[in-house]
Design a protein around this ligand. Structure first.
Ligand code: SF4
Ligand code: SF4
Length: 281
């Protein structure tokens, strides 16, 4: 349902508390559940903001404009393209949360395939399916004030982004790689010690290096580290240096491609194409 814009506008100003809205496009709801999972902090937050639109939590809906809007999910249908424009128009600040909203999500695998063939294979009546050929991030359609990465997002980072935007300051979200967090925790590197393939060197920090802490390689669910964009990344993703390491750990070209084509497939695909071009030049 499109966001209701303007009707009883200025609600938040009259009430004297900022309004928070949460919307969903194509996604699994995991990032919204992360917000609900904040529990104690959510109660404190609820005392500071008016939750004006959050269908995962309440059916009560207030019209915009909203002071802070969080959007989960990617744009995959013609209706989504209209919906996200209405959401943008109703939002003073718009923050996208999670791999779907910031990179197109796992559903962006369709970007490298024939979506009509998928529809014919999966659905008994593909003529009922009204979908776009691509799954794209929200920033490909409207201006975004901040992108928070992760699949799902990390609850501490989510609270930092919300409180920072409500306080009118820049969120303190580092754009370095998972390796930094891994070293801070004092982990033994699974690649160096055990030859386990790990995407930590090229993946955005935020999870606290969960997978290497439990002895497995990172599979990149926070997406490439430090890419330029609304998050303000400034580092380069050194995939050309990592690919030979992955191959020395037993992967071939196909394995590398599959390793990169998961939750953030569109973003990692761009990096992979750039790495292959560099290899050939
Ligand atoms: S285990 Fe992975 S994330 Fe940790 S230091 Fe090694 S390569 Fe980096
Ligand atoms: S896959 Fe990588 S980024 Fe995702 S939780 Fe595991 S270590 Fe963190």
């Amino acid at each position: 349902m499109p966001a209701r814009v303007g009707a009883a506008a200025r609600w938040s100003e009259e009430a004297g508390v900022p309004t928070l809205a949460v919307f969903k496009l194509a996604s699994c709801d995991g990032c919204q559940l992360t917000l609900l999972d904040c529990e104690d902090e959510l109660l404190s937050l609820a005392g500071k903001v008016k939750i004006a639109h959050f269908l995962e939590a309440t059916s009560a809906v207030l019209p915009g404009p909203y002071d802070l809007t969080l959007v989960e999910g990617s744009v995959t249908t013609p209706a989504d393209t209209e919906h996200i424009r209405a959401i943008r128009a109703a939002s003073r600040r718009l923050v996208t949360i999670g791999a779907c909203a910031t990179a197109g999500g796992i559903q962006a695998l369709r970007n490298f395939a024939d979506v009509e063939e998928f529809a014919r294979t999966v659905y008994a009546r593909p003529d009922y399916i009204d979908t776009l050929a691509t799954s794209t991030p929200v920033s490909a359609h409207v201006a975004v004030d901040f992108e928070l990465r992760g699949c799902p997002v990390d609850r501490r980072q989510l609270l930092e982004v919300i409180t920072a935007h409500l306080a009118g300051r820049k969120p303190d979200i580092p754009d370095h790689s998972v390796c930094f967090e891994c070293k801070r925790r004092g982990n033994v590197c699974v690649t160096v010690a055990h030859g386990t393939p790990c995407l930590g060197p090229v993946t955005h920090a935020g999870c606290g290096a969960i997978c290497p802490t439990y002895g497995r390689g990172c599979y990149g669910c926070f997406g490439p580290a430090g890419r330029p964009g609304p998050t303000g990344g400034s580092l380069s993703v050194n995939l050309p240096a990592l690919i030979p390491v992955l191959k020395s750990d037993g992967m071939d070209d196909r394995d590398v491609e599959r390793f990169l084509h998961t939750f953030n497939s569109a973003d990692f695909h761009e990096e992979l194409m750039a790495a292959r071009q560099e290899e050939q030049s």
